[in-house]
Write a protein that binds this ligand. Sequence first.
Ligand code: ADP
Ligand code: MG
Length: 274
Amino acid sequence: MRIMAVINQKGGCGKTTTAINLSACLAELGCEVLLMDLDPQGHSGLGLGVTPAPSRKGMYEALTREASLEEVIHPVRTNLDLVPAGITLAALEQRLAGTDQRESQLPLIISQMKRYYDYILLDCPPSLGLLTINALMASSEVLVPLEAGVFSLHGMGRLLETIDLVKTHGQRTLKVRLLVTLYDGRTNHSKAVLGQVSETFGDLLLKTIIRQTVRLREAARAGLPIAEYDRTSRGYEDYNALAREMMAAEEQTVLPIIPEKDFLETLEQVMKRS
Ligand SMILES: Nc1ncnc2c1ncn2[C@@H]1O[C@H](COP(=O)(O)OP(=O)(O)O)[C@@H](O)[C@H]1O
Ligand SMILES: [Mg+2]
C-alpha cells in the first residue's frame, strides 16, 4: 500500500486537481485507489460529482471515531473509492485540541482498516495545520504541486522543514516529489519558474509536468475526472503520464509510527512560524 499526501500550504497550486486526476488515472490503469479528502472545502468530492450532504459521513466522523473508516468509504468509480470531507472537518482541530496522539489519528485509523488499496491519496488543505500533519504522519510519500504560473518557491523552506521534522521525529521514510503544475510553455515566466525549481530541487522534481489547460478547470466544474471529460485533452495526457511515472517508481513500505514525546510541540512551533 502506497500512501501519498498531496501537500502545499498554498491554495490554488493544483493539489485537488492532482489528487482527483492522479487517482482516476491510477484506477484506470488497474490500481485499487482510495482518495481521502482532508480539506473542509470538500473539493475532491465535488470534482468527482459527489456533492456534500449533511447526512453523508466522511473524514470528520472517521477521525473523531464517530464512524469506522469502512463506514465513510464511498465507491465512486471502478477501482476508485472516496472518503469525502465537509465543512465539519474545519472543527477537527478544536475537537482534538489537547488530546493525546492528535497528530496520529489518521495513521491509526488507516492501520486498523481491513481493506487493501494499492494507493491511498490524501488531498490536503492549504495550511500546515493538524490535518496536514496527520496526512504526513500517515504517508510514505509526499507529492508537492508547485504552480508555475506564479513565483511559487516562497514557503517551500517551511514545508520541507515540516516534512523533515516528521521524518526525523516520527522516524518515518518519506519520499518527497515535486510536481510542476499550471505550466504555460508560452510564457517566459513559467519557463523561469521551471528552471529555478529544477536548479534548486532537481533531484526531487518529477519528469512529468502538468500543463495549464482550461479543460481541467471545466472537468472539475462538471464533477468529472479529465479521463471522462476529455480524453483528447493534454490534461489527460499529463495526468496519465504522471500515473505511469508513479507506478514505475520504487514502491515505498509503510513503517510503524513511533512519534517521540516532544514531537508535536516541536512541530507546532515550526507550524506557528511564518
Ligand atoms: N493544469 C491546470 N490547468 C488549468 N487549470 C488548473 C490546472 N490545475 C488546476 N487548475 C485550476 O486551478 C484552480 C485551483 O486548483 P486546485 O486543484 O483546486 O488547487 P488546490 O487544491 O491546491 O487549492 C481550480 O480552479 C482548478 O480547476
Ligand atoms: Mg484543494
